[in-house]
Write a protein that binds this ligand. Structure first.
Ligand code: FES
Length: 112
């Protein structure tokens, strides 16, 4: 079991448990957090946009850089930051145990 620290849109911290291979989006859904994920991880919506804590962003980047498709989709995300990623593309592993991500207060669904 790993842990994921979510900073919720209201600024509160929520610590969730995650299994190996689970995506940040799946972990958020398991805990009924407000992260939409309209396309359920098929890289077609950008509503799973999360802002990764800077230190963790570098670790994540070293593990696996975002795919071109993820980068393209991120361009549509609302409130994009330099440490933005798509929650459906971050898969939990031991290197990411304790990762901290912020759920933005608004996410845009480009499908609608
Ligand atoms: S859930 Fe749609 S891009 Fe991640």
């Amino acid at each position: 079991m790993y842990s994921v620290i979510f900073i919720l849109p209201n600024g509160e911290e929520f610590i969730a448990q995650a299994n190996e291979g689970e995506s940040i989006l799946q972990v958020a859904h398991k805990n009924a957090l407000q992260l939409e994920g309209a396309c359920e991880g098929s890289l077609a919506c950008a509503t799973c946009h999360v802002i990764v804590d800077e230190a963790w962003f570098d670790i994540l980047d070293e593990l696996e850089e975002p795919s071109e498709q993820e980068e393209d989709m991120l361009d549509f995300a609302f409130n994009l930051t330099t440490t933005s990623r798509l929650g459906c593309q971050i898969k939990m592993c031991k290197e990411l145990d304790g990762i901290k991500v912020t759920i933005p207060s608004e996410n845009r669904n480009i499908q609608s």
